[in-house]
Design a protein around this ligand. Sequence first.
Ligand code: BGC
Length: 974
Amino acid sequence: MAHDESAQGLLKESSTRRSRSSDRGDNAAFDSDSDLDATDYIDREAARPTRRSPTASFEPNIKGKKRWCSCLFTTLGRRSQCCIGVLAGMGILWVLLTATGVFVYRKAQEEPPYGQSPPWYPTPKGGIAASWADSYAKASKMVSKMTLADKVNVTTGTGWEMGLAVGTNAPAIHVGFPQLQLQDGPLGIRFADNITAFPAGITVGATWNRQLMYARGKAHAIEARQKGINVLLGPCVGPLGRMPAGGRNWEGFGADPYLQGIAGAETVKGIQSEGVMATIKHFVANEQEHFRQPWEWGLPHAISSNIDDRTLHELYAWPFGDAVKAGVASVMCSYNQVNNSYACGNSKLLNGILKDELGFQGFVMSDWLAQHSGVATALAGLDMTMPGDGLGWADGKSLWGPELSRAVLNGSVPLERLNDMVTRIVAAWYQLGQDDEKKFPRKQPNFSSWTDEEKGVMSPGSPTEQEQVVVNEFVNVQANHSVIAREVAAEGTVLLKNEDLLPISRQGLSDERLRARRDAVERATGKRSEGKFKVGIFGEDAGPGDGPNACKDRGCNQGTLGSGWGSGAVEFPYLVSPVEALRKQFDKSKVELSEFLDNKASFGKGDGSLNDLELCIVFANADAGEGFTKWADVSGDRPDLRLQNNGDDLIVKVASSCGGGTGDVVVVIHAVGPVLVEDWIDTPNVKALLFANLPGQESGNALAEILFGDTNPSGHLPFTIGRTLEDYGAGGKVLYLPNGVVPQQDFKEGLYIDYRHFDKYNIEPRFEFGFGLSYTTFKLDNIVVIPQRRKTQYPLRRPNPAAEPPSYSTDIPSKEEAIFPPEIRRLEKYVYPYLDSTDDIEVGQYPYPDGYDQQPPLSEAGGDEGGNPDLWSNYVVVNVDVINDGSVAGAAVPQLYLQYPETESETDFPVRVLRGFDKVYLKPGEKKTVKFNLTRRDLSYWDVVAQNWAMVTEGPYEFSVGLSSRDLSISGTW
Ligand code: BGC
């Protein structure tokens, strides 16, 4: 399928900043970005997230650069020799690395481990689904009146910091289509004031509560709308969590496609119920931060996630399918390459899987600067480029904008394709009811992402002088959303260990428990504590630190951890630290509180200062985030799974010193994902462990609810906690060092990530996927399996389209439409759709990528929004009774895991896969029946030969239901 050469010719004609366009060649090891150099790297880093202190977070690089310069120019003997030596050494290293890289790359070319991404052209047009038919009809009327410049405007961002939101396209003024305002991110409105900092996705996943997933999305969207945002850049279901140390796993909902799919879809529905467009991201396999995009890590190309077809379908693309089925307006393609083709230029992914197979009706937008070629990405199915700049941050040299106008005029991007791009965007706008000016007044956002001052300029990214206007109106949109934030934080807290200790009361222990405790200690030590119950709170993670917003984009780990860092973080309006909440809530007449809010653990050195303590609550954490910034040794991805800031050491010391070793210890962890707990989990006086994930602004309040038993913990782990990183298998390891010019990451483990890996290799996790304790106990009983439809191997035939995509004139517009109107006052670097001259444009026969005119057969798995409707039909229902047989009220999370029938065929199946869950609130003694609906997709695997979802028709499916992936007390078959 090598069609690089022809595609290249095409690009030469149509784009001044060209890159290779082939599906496999988008990686283009050697040409596309070759006009970038290391200076671009430094500039980009400095230019990237410039809110308050533009260069601050990249200082190390910049300082480093200065040092090398002074080294180069110094003439002083030893120093210059040393510098020359170092430079020579680096040169040799570079040559060696390059040689190795080229070798590895060549090898990869010889024996592609996962083949190459096949071509899939042309882009299926939007407008085939009944659910979008009205919106497409309206859109087609509007689009048919647009000029070429209007159309290009709608598809292209105006450039980094060229509007008040993190992304803006330009309006189609002539027809009344407004500029769209796009803003991060998955847990709140980024860069905005007076908003809610909700718990992160991983905490939402840990609630296993669909209603809360929906409610959080809805509240988030209310805030977005009231701040003037059209498109939210969330939810995030990729990364999926292949590697437990992956830097952005916390933005998503957990290491299982089913859980991610449900949580993603509920969030989409919540967001879109308010008319705000949701963006499901990042499509697909952006599983690690290292090498996720060119130059950020010093390499000219992004990593390639090499995935086999079945794994792609059953794991990584799966949750995107749920979001499409839920009607998501937009999909963001990711930075990385997939099978050696950039995700935003990968026709198999965008045209084939997303638009044909999943029947996606909205628009595909690029991640910020994830577009690496002009014509090729248009042909591959990209519909909107963000933020609009070209190959470098804030360079203003768009790969589309004027180049797209040129490409349409010279015929290299078919007008049909441009029309489809625009129609998809306009249809999404109608679909969400954003033409209602009362709900979406055609105004700019009422806040600026780039300054906290009331006044500023509209396009701070441009050096052109501009008028100062009011850019921050400080509108408070929080309403009572703190209630939802708190509920999610509390329900997302997982109780992992509890040896008769929790809950405690605000008075400490009841008189009876306190007496018994003191008697026991007296018997053991001969000493008896008197008076108030003595509690110590330990750890920097318990306290406020320097405030929640001390570091830009939350890019450091200090104070209590409420979220990870990067574009998925927000400015906290406040963050209730655990110590603040506990200080307020403990009854001072009964409890004496001591605070040790650092991790130095300077007590414990034999001075006996903790000897009096009866209960020690110790906090520790682990942070990570997006790869554009780093903290300590955490470059986006964590270097390991250990607690940070000396957390393990602190816990061990507190446990040994608390009450001279007789005190009870509660450990509380805030983390972006799994952490290892082996150093202390079996210590006898570590009686309880609360895994509070990333709780957002209501952290302390939520924790207090759980500790004091106002809320019975009901969180369950959305990932596995292993005993070592090795337990997760080779595929669980981040690639920290490049293995070539284009780093290659083969997802060789296939389906076996997280619990699927632990189950397959019979590895005992410390705490398994789905695990979580309660202050009560639950029992499951009476499983009933009710078939709804007959098993058949493949779904019903793909239906004919329910609607016809709009059609427009295919006459190439007049060149005049692309000429800069003289009356426009140009802002430097701002991306316009216009050209200064069209004299050099020639309509010609430009070569298209190989396979362009051989449309592959339409997928039998497709046919409607979300794919073949039969995939979503219920084939079997499983009912199970859940009984609270303990003494307090609480919520159970029954989970259904499916085992595929054993077959003679070579198809390999995981031991079990999650295919249902629910959350039921039960009073003591109460019983409720939960119902699991299993769809055809739930019961199928991806048949790579048939290229369709297939059910196993021989032998019984087994459905096991329980309270975790390894506590499956009841099962039935079908
Ligand atoms: C992130 C996206 C985000 C975008 C805009 C990118 O770096 O990967 O998730 O939406 O920036 O801020």
